[in-house]
Design a protein around this ligand. Structure first.
Ligand code: MLT
Length: 269
C-alpha cells in the first residue's frame, strides 16, 4: 500500500509522498535514518477511513538528498509546502522520534495547520553536549564507513532484544531502509537534530488534541520522557505500547494502531 511515491517540487527539491484514502488528513513523519516505508502498517490500517499521507523528508527514501540545508525548520517548511501542494488546510500529524522533533518545529511555525498531534517515541529536550558529540561522531562514521555502519549502530537502539533475535524479517526490513539512505541525508539529519532547540517550554503552548505514544522498552526516548511530555501538554493522553522498543509502530503495529485510531476518532468527533 505504501508503494512508489509521487513527487512534488517543493522548496527547490523533489519531495516524495503517498496519498491514500479520503476524510480527515493524517500526515506521517518518519524517524532517523528511515523513510516513509516505516509507516506501512499504519497506512494499511487507516486508509479505509482517513486521508493518509506519508512523506519522505529531504535526504530520505525517494526524495532528493541535496548536500546541505538540513534543519528541523527546513523539514517543517517542506511539510508545509507539501500540505499546500495537496490543498490541505489542516491535518493531524504523527511523528516518531526525529519525526516528533520535526513536529515541534512545525508547530512553532505553523500551529494553525495542526488539527492534532501524535508524538511517538520522541522527546522535548534538546541534545546534551555529550549527545551532540555523539551525533558528530556518527556523521563522521557515515561519511567514512557508509550507511551499513549506521545500521549496525542504530538497530539495537530501534528494536527490542526480542525482535533483534526473533524477528529476522523485521530486522532485515529496517536494515534495508537504513542502508538505502544517502549519506548526505544521514549527516544532514544528525546536524539538524544536534542543533534543535529545547521544546520543553513549547509544550504548554500546544493547544490541539495530543496523543503521546511510547514503547515500554524504548531506551532512545524512554517512557519517562514521554510521561513528562504528556504531563506538560494540556489534555494530552499517554499510551505505553507493551513489548515494543523505539520503533513501536513497527514492532507492535496492532497496539500502536489501536491507540492511534482511538485518538483519531476523538479528533474527528
Ligand atoms: C530517531 O529514531 O529518529 C532517532 O533515534 C532520534 C535521535 O537520535 O534522537
Amino acid at each position: 500500500m505504501v508503494g512508489r511515491g509521487m513527487l512534488a517540487r517543493i522548496n527547490g527539491i523533489n519531495l516524495a509522498y503517498t496519498d491514500h484514502g479520503q476524510g480527515l488528513p493524517v500526515v506521517f513523519v518518519h524517524a532517523f535514518p528511515l523513510n516513509r516505508v516505516m509507516w506501512a502498517p499504519q497506512v494499511e490500517a487507516l486508509a479505509g477511513g482517513y486521508r493518509v499521507i506519508t512523506a519522505d523528508l529531504r535526504g530520505h527514501g525517494e526524495s532528493d538528498a541535496p548536500l546541505w540545508r538540513y534543519t528541523l525548520e527546513q523539514f517543517a517548511d517542506d511539510l508545509r509546502g507539501l500540505l499546500d501542494h495537496l490543498n490541505i488546510p489542516r491535518a493531524v500529524f504523527v511523528g516518531l522520534s526525529m519525526g516528533g522533533y520535526t513536529l515541534f518545529a512545525f508547530y512553532r511555525k505553523y500551529a494553525d495547520r495542526v488539527q492534532g498531534l501524535v508524538l511517538a517515541d520522541t522527546r522535548a529536550q534538546a541534545d546534551t553536549e555529550e549527545g551532540r558529540t555523539g551525533r558528530f561522531n556518527m556523521a563522521q562514521a557515515a561519511y567514512r564507513q557508509g550507511a551499513s555502519a549506521i545500521a549496525d549502530v542504530m538497530l539495537p537502539k530501534l528494536l527490542s532484544p526480542a525482535a533483534l533475535q526473533g524477528r529476522p524479517g523485521l530486522v532485515q526490513q529496517v536494515r534495508g531502509i537504513i542502508t538505502a539512505t544517502q549519506i548526505s541525508g544521514i549527516a544532514g539529519d544528525l546536524m539538524a537534530m544536534a542543533e534543535r532547540p529545547d521544546s520543553t517550554l513549547l509544550l504548554k503552548e500546544i493547544a490541539c488534541p495530543t496523543l503521546v505514544i511510547v514503547g515500554e522498552l524504548d531506551q532512545a526516548t524512554p517512557p519517562a520522557d514521554a510521561r513528562a511530555m504528556a504531563e506538560g501538554i494540556r489534555g494530552a493522553r499517554l499510551e505505553v505500547i507493551h513489548g515494543a522498543a523505539h520503533l513501536a509502530n513497527l514492532e507492535q503495529p496492532e497496539a500502536f494502531n489501536q491507540a492511534l485510531v482511538k485518538f483519531l476518532e476523538r479528533v474527528r468527533g
